[in-house]
Design a protein around this ligand. Sequence first.
Ligand SMILES: Nc1ncnc2c1ncn2[C@@H]1O[C@H](COP(=O)(O)OP(=O)(O)O)[C@@H](O)[C@H]1O
Ligand SMILES: [Mg+2]
Length: 352
Amino acid sequence: MVTKIGLDLGYANITISDSIAEIYREPSVALVYKEPKADQRRIICVGSEAMVRGSEGIGADGSLLVRPFKNGILFDHQITKEIIQRALAALGEVDKLRCAVGVPSDFSPKQEKELFGMLTAAGVETAFSVARPVAAVIGAGYSPAMSVISVNIGALSTEIAIMHRGEVLSLTTAPVGGEDFDRAVKEHILEQGEVNVSLIVARAIKERLGAVWKGRANDSLDIEGTLSLTGNKLKMNVTTEDIVGVFEKPLERLIGAVHAAVLAIPPSAVEDIFKNGIVLTGGGAELYGIDVLMSRVLGISVTKPDGAMDCVAKGLSRINAFVSPRAKVGNKNITAQVAKYYETSKNTRGSK
Ligand SMILES: Nc1ncnc2c1ncn2[C@@H]1O[C@H](COP(=O)(O)OP(=O)(O)O)[C@@H](O)[C@H]1O
Ligand SMILES: [Mg+2]
C-alpha cells in the first residue's frame, strides 16, 4: 500500500516517485475539445494519450493540446486536477497518502494553497511543498547537508538553489528552459529553409540530434514541416551537423543566470560550495554536452547524475520518508530539518 510519495508537477511532465523510487511519468498536458460556438470545452484525455492523439491532428477537429501552466503559473485548475488524478491512479492502492510536492521558488502562498486543494480533491490526505532544486540534490543521492549549487533545468525555467551545510542560501528562477532550445531549432529551420516545423518536431530534433559540446555521433532524423510561403507539406531530413551552434542564445541566458547566482555566494561559503560545484538535473540537463560546456564556461565542476530528469521526484519521496509525520514542514527550513533526520538515520544505520 502506498502512503508517501514525491510529486514533481512540472510544466512539461508530472513525475511521481514512491518510497521504493519507482517512477511514474506523464506529460502535463490535456487534449481539450473547444465547442465551436458555445464558450464550453471538454477534456478528452490527459497525459501521454493526449500527447499521442493530439500530435496526430491538432486543431483538425477543434481539439487542442493544453498545458495547465502559463508563464510557469498554474492557471487551469480543472486540467491540473485531472492530470494529478490520472497520475495518482497509476500508483494502485493508496492509503492516507502524504505527498511532498515540488514547487517553483516563486510560487505564491495563494497558489500553494490552491495546489494543496487540488491534491486533496485528487485523494491526497496531507501535502507539503519543497523547492525543486533542493529536492533534486537529495534525489541525486547526496546529503541535504551538502554545500552545492543545484541547477534544475525544466521546460520553461531553470531553478537554482545555493545550498550550504543544510541551509538554503538562495533560490532563484530564471525564465529559460528546454522550450527555448526547441524554439531555437524551429527558428533556425525557418531561417535556413523557409520551412515551418511544430515545437513538438523541434523538440524531437533537439533531443535526438542536439549537442552543445563535441563528441555526439552524427545522426539524422526524417521530419515533416510546411513551406512557409505556400503552406505545402514537405518531408525533410535533418542531421546533427545541420543544427550545430543553434543553441547559443538560450545557452548564454541559462549559463548567465547560473553565473549570477554563483557571484552572489557569500565569501565565507565559497570554498565549501566550490568543492562540490554544480549538480545539474531536470530534463534540460539531458541536452548533450551541457554539463561539460557549463563547467568549462564557469570554471566549476558540474555533475550530472544518472536519471537527472527524475531527481526532483525521487528527492521529494526521500524527504517525505525522512520527515516525521508530526513535523510542521515549511519550504524555507526543510533542508535543515531533513538534514537532521538524514544524519540521524545514517548514524543509526552506521552503528548497526
Ligand atoms: N535527451 C534530451 N535532450 C535534450 N533535452 C531533453 C532531453 N530529454 C528531455 N529533454 C528536455 O527536458 C525538458 C523537460 O524536462 P522536465 O524536467 O520534465 O521539465 P518540467 O520540470 O518543466 O516539467 C523538455 O524541454 C525536454 O525537451
Ligand atoms: Mg523537471
